[in-house]
Design a protein around this ligand. Structure first.
Ligand SMILES: CCCCCCCCCC/C=C\C/C=C/C(=O)SCCNC(=O)CCNC(=O)[C@H](O)C(C)(C)COP(=O)(O)OP(=O)(O)OC[C@H]1O[C@@H](n2cnc3c(N)ncnc32)[C@H](O)[C@@H]1OP(=O)(O)O
Ligand SMILES: Cc1cc2nc3c(=O)[nH]c(=O)nc-3n(C[C@H](O)[C@H](O)[C@H](O)COP(=O)(O)OP(=O)(O)OC[C@H]3O[C@@H](n4cnc5c(N)ncnc54)[C@H](O)[C@@H]3O)c2cc1C
Length: 674
């Protein structure tokens, strides 16, 4: 793939890697894009959106003050928004790209090194209107939101509570006299905290509050609340709003705080798809399942799996290209310095990143299809598939974000000192992805949600009741005993399910034993949570291994033999990597022997050697343009050292030969005059 900038000198090592690649890179790009036509459309859109005039920053973003950074991000958000509105609609509107094509999401990364202050508007405000409003409410709010007259965010978390939604303190009390809700923040800990764009950007937000009517509390519900004047942008009376301050990342997202002093909103600003308040204050519950108001969170959890797969692909592209360009040390005395990609330990660090990016992307595509089925069911009034989907999306969100964050950090380690430079973009990619492990449901908390479902499934299996698809394996592994070992890919997937079943079984025993000693079920559960998290993790790994293996086989059915071979090598590498990582579990729950472990390790090392010649081709196949990668180390042409120097020279400290602090402090210190 070209860097879309015409012919330029490419680093010789990278050029040689590309010449030696065993497969046609475009073939894998098409597979990852979901077909050649999608790739063509994506590239067309990238070509006319990613123009220098829109993207160029004279001073690197990271050298700006927090205020300047925010203002630059707002400027670019508006340019980006206008571009989407004016130009991209020529391609047939957003629907053309399909919600799962994520073209716009990729392009956005070229505009924002960190994050757009409008991300929450498109990412959560609009989806919540779609998911939580009646048709009548949608016709009022959607056109205003899509035309950006109303700019919104999602304010659920408070200073005192994020995880435990039922513990939120903000109240919305219905007043039938005026047909209004009175929003109030009774304590400091009830202040909304974290919502992206809330600090300075938005004029509306979705507020999740405890609904009170006729003297009764009906739990948390979402409301649309105007917080700033549309003309002056001043906070409205009764609203206290601001920005929460610097963070590890997300520094252009103006995450904010918000408090209400008996602030009134019309009755119809309650999002009424799942529950309603009649004019006289009567509460009408329409949600038979009970958790439909958590729908936006489920949607974002699904989106996040794709999000982290893409970010891991970016990090892997940077680290693999850099490792082909960088030469260091010597393998044998007197030999020329090898490319660091030739060190087996470097391959061990990086090839799992490529394989995981594939595994997560294919799993995310599969999850999206499953989600679409659940949404269709819900439209037809069926909510039976929701508990299983909640369990599935919770664990996939937890594991994908955690794995991606760890592996992105590993990519940074693999780039040595230069990986620590902001201009490598690895620190920013990491700071963005590590937040995904926390937001939209913390890692541990979500795995415990999955564990709840798994324990129930185990009990159903014991009772001889039918199980839903993602846990149907429990019936097979129900009887005690070790899972037979078979070192084929299918065998490793089966063993992963066996491990998950073994761990779930151990949790059930542990809880029951504790209950027998006189503990309450809740206490027995609490004491078993370390094991429960591990069981949910094992279940999720088995699902990812299974989906990755079967989806890769399905997708490559019509591929050329070389593409099929390299894709097979990657899936096998992934399965072997995790078998070796979890060897203790396999020894405990499967019939794997010492010789099998030696064979697994040997095969894993053979796979590293087989993948080595195709490594650069594999990251080129992600086809991530230089503007989107934003990295001195990872650009297509491999001009690493030139770019590092060019970026260093842009530092404001290099604008003058002597900084004034010399005269103000250093010189007086040197002369003993301070
Ligand atoms: C253009 C598009 C671009 C898209 C880009 C995407 C990226 C966007 C990036 C944006 C960046 C940042 C945004 C961040 C936003 C936020 O973080 S918003 C705040 C999110 N907050 C959370 O996620 C809180 C997590 N907590 C919870 O979800 C719940 O409180 C928790 C599930 C932990 C517990 O809830 P409870 O009400 O207490 O329920 P519990 O008693 O434990 O369980 C009761 C019962 O309900 C079942 N349950 C729970 N949740 C769900 C659900 N969502 N769906 C279905 N069922 C659910 C649970 O399993 C129990 O069932 P059981 O049968 O009784 O066991
Ligand atoms: C970058 C970023 C952006 C965000 N954007 C938004 C936004 O736009 N809108 C919004 O509403 N919110 C937003 N959030 C908030 C986010 O959703 C919460 O921070 C997240 O859900 C975690 O909740 P918490 O902060 O209350 O963590 P806590 O629940 O306090 O977690 C702290 C620790 O306690 C543990 N813990 C908590 N409960 C349990 C339990 N039941 N069992 C075992 N362990 C437990 C956790 O595992 C964790 O280790 C954002 C957060 C971040 C970091």
């Amino acid at each position: 793939m070209s860097d879309n900038k015409g012919v330029r000198r490419v680093n010789e090592d990278l050029a040689r890697e590309r010449a030696n690649c065993s497969f046609d890179v475009r073939e894998i790009t098409f597979l990852l894009d979901g077909g050649e036509n999608n790739t063509i459309t994506r590239k067309k859109i990238e070509d006319f959106t990613l123009t220098d005039e829109l993207l160029s920053d004279k001073v690197p973003d990271e050298c700006l003050s927090p205020k300047e950074k925010y203002e630059n991000a707002v400027r670019k958000s508006c340019l980006f928004g206008k571009l989407v509105k004016d130009k991209l609609l020529e391609f047939g509107g957003l629907e053309t790209f399909g919600p799962n094509s994520f073209v716009l999401r990729r392009i956005a990364d070229a505009f924002f090194k960190e994050i757009s202050p409008l991300l929450l508007h498109l990412g959560m405000f609009v989806p919540t209107i779609l998911g939580q409003c009646t048709a009548e409410q949608q016709s009022e709010w959607l056109p205003r939101a899509l035309s950006m007259q109303v700019i919104g965010t999602y304010a659920q978390t408070e200073l005192g509570h994020g995880t435990f939604i039922r513990g939120l303190e903000t109240t919305a009390t219905y007043d039938p006299e005026t047909e209004e809700f009175v929003l109030h923040s009774p304590t400091l800990s009830s202040f909304k905290w974290w919502a992206g764009g809330l600090g300075k950007t938005v004029n509306h937000c979705i507020v999740v509050a405890q609904l009170h009517t006729k003297g009764q509390c009906h739990g948390t519900h979402p409301f649309i609340v105007q917080i700033r004047d549309l003309e002056t942008h001043q906070p409205l009376p009764g609203i206290k709003v601001g920005e929460i301050g610097p963070k590890l990342g997300f520094n252009t997202a103006d995450n904010g705080f918000l408090g209400f002093d008996k602030y009134r909103i019309p009755r119809m600003n309650m999002m009424m798809k799942n529950a309603q308040i009649l004019k006289d204050g009567t509460y009408v519950k329409l949600d038979r399942h009970g958790k439909m108001t958590y729908g936006t969170m489920v949607f974002i959890r699904v989106m996040v799996v794709n999000e982290v797969a893409f970010n891991l692909a970016k990090a892997a592209t940077i680290a693999v290209r850099y490792s082909a360009v960088r030469r260091q040390s010597e393998k044998k005395p007197g030999e020329p310095e090898p490319q660091i990609l030739d060190y087996v330990t470097q391959q061990h660090k990086l090839f799992i990143c490529i394989a995981t990016a594939h595994a997560l992307q294919l799993t995310s595509d599969w999850l999206w299809r499953t989600f679409s089925g659940v949404v269709t069911d819900i439209k037809h009034g069926k909510t039976d598939s929701l508990p299983e989907f909640h369990a599935l999306s919770s664990c996939l969100k937890a594991i994908s974000t955690s794995d991606a964050a760890l592996l992105i950090e590993q990519c940074r380690h693999s780039c040595g000192g230069h990986g620590y430079m902001m201009s490598s973009n690895l620190p920013l990619i990491y700071s963005f992805v590590t937040a995904t492990r926390t937001y939209e449901g913390d890692y541990t908390v979500l795995l415990l949600q999955t564990a709840r479902f798994l324990i129930k499934a185990w009990e159903q299996a014991e009772a001889g009741k039918p199980l839903t698809p993602t846990v149907s394996y429990l019936t097979k592994y129900f009887k005690d005993g070790r899972v037979p070992w078979d070192s084929t890919s299918e065998g490793i997937v089966n063993a992963a399910y066996g491990v998950a079943a073994g761990k779930i079984s151990a949790c059930v025993k542990s809880i029951r034993n504790r209950v027998k000693t006189g503990l309450s079920y809740e206490d027995a559960w609490d004491l078993t949570t370390v094991q429960l998290v591990a069981a949910a993790e094992a279940h999720c790994r088995a699902v990812i291994c299974d989906v990755y293996r079967s989806e890769a086989v399905r997708l490559t059915e019509k591929s050329s033999p070389n593409v099929r071979a390299v894709m097979r090598q990657l899936t096998t590498l992934y399965l072997h990597y995790w078998a070796l990582e979890r060897i203790g579990d396999l020894l405990r729950y499967s019939a794997v022997s010492e010789e099998d472990v030696v064979a697994l390790q040997q095969k894993y090392e053979e796979l590293l050697a087989l993948i080595r010649p195709d490594a650069v081709g594999l990251v080129d196949a992600f086809d991530i343009r230089d503007e989107i990668l934003n990295s001195t180390l990872g650009a297509y042409d491999g001009r690493v050292y030139e770019r590092l120097m060019e970026e260093a020279l842009k530092s404001p400290l290099n604008a003058e030969p002597v900084n004034r602090s010399f005269h103000m402090y250093l010189k007086p210190l040197m002369q003993g005059k301070l």
